[in-house]
Write a protein that binds this ligand. Structure first.
Ligand SMILES: [Zn+2]
Length: 77
């Protein structure tokens, strides 16, 4: 249930966008649950952890890049 509007959550796929310092990381096709009413997106613990590990990895390899686009589905867990 949505914490903002108490709306119904339905499974969905979204793009996760995070701005870190000078660059932007876009992770595409991230599974989430989306509120039918207000559109708020919720990530499961597993997905949140995976996003975190992707972001950590990106920070280690990216020094010059300004934008990284990663497909969630093409990453090993
Ligand atoms: Zn809502």
């Amino acid at each position: 249930m949505c914490v903002f509007c108490k709306g119904e959550l339905v499974p969905a796929i979204t793009d996760y966008i995070e701005k870190i310092g000078n660059y932007v990381v876009i992770i595409k096709n991230v599974p989430c649950e989306k509120c039918e009413q207000c559109g708020e997106e919720y990530f499961s613990t597993v997905v949140a952890k995976k996003i975190e590990s992707i972001l950590n990895e990106i920070q280690e390899i990216s020094t010059e890049l300004t934008v990284s686009v990663i497909d969630y589905e093409h990453r090993a867990a």
